[in-house]
Design a protein around this ligand. Sequence first.
Ligand code: AMP
Ligand code: MN
Ligand code: MN
Ligand code: MN
Length: 286
Amino acid sequence: MVEMCCHDLHSHSTASDGTLAPTRLVERARSAGVDVLALTDHDTLDGVAEAQAAAEGSGLQLIPGVEISVSWRSMTIHVLALNVDPGNRTLGEGLARLQRFRDWRAREIGRRLAARGIGGALEGAERFRHGRILSRTHFAHFLVEAGHAASLREVFRRFLVKGKPGYVAGEWATLEEVVDWIGQAGGLAVIAHPARYRLTRSKLQTLVGEFREAGGVGLEVVSGSHTRDETLHMAAVANEHGLLASCGSDYHGPEKPWVELGRLPPFPARCRPVWQAHSWPKAVAA
Ligand code: AMP
Ligand code: MN
Ligand code: MN
Ligand code: MN
């Protein structure tokens, strides 16, 4: 019999650029009917302990995770690490390196915006951060507040993406490094929202091939940011390469009402879900 339970394996808290604290996130996931939630903040595991404590005895199973920034062929790719040991040293040191790059990048974004007449951006962004991670999202909140754009979407388009004044190229980790850290921490490596990179068919094949070669096991087929066509396409890619399929909302908070925890379409036929992997933890009774 197929076990029917609601998985949401991609979400953010105030430990990175989400707006709900880990406890609030877990509570909201529980009310939304999520049975298995992965907390996957950007480049940090800082929120995991609090989320695990909140999940304890609630009936919700919390999967420790992190969404890791990767530089691949002059682009940034996100790799989800699912069900990692949060205390693993190799992973911890790798994430610390990415956090140091983030700190340098934030100062550089501040300098570049200042050169374009927008002062105080670093300090402004700091006011929106709650944890260790400083993200472009925090700069976006400051720029909207300061009246430079009407919405987060507009801020990114005008200031924070490639070719715009506040953009600083990522110098993240390599695909091989990240898949290795995840393996050492006992987790599963999954390419996040694969349709968002706007890759050509052949480039996507190359990425997935290199990822598989490095030891990656999954593709996020169902994502809060995928259309139905993109989902069907990614299901075909996963099956072609023998990758497991993951699903996640990429929830960042209630400010984006069009993305909700656990509100995800089913997998297309023939997908093999990541929770069928041998190393996936068995469900614990509440
Ligand atoms: P960073 O990892 O600091 O470079 O920031 C990337 C984050 O910015 C993503 O995880 C999204 O949450 C957010 N983001 C990227 N592009 C956009 C966009 N066009 N509109 C709103 N948020 C975005
Ligand atoms: Mn984000
Ligand atoms: Mn992402
Ligand atoms: Mn995400």
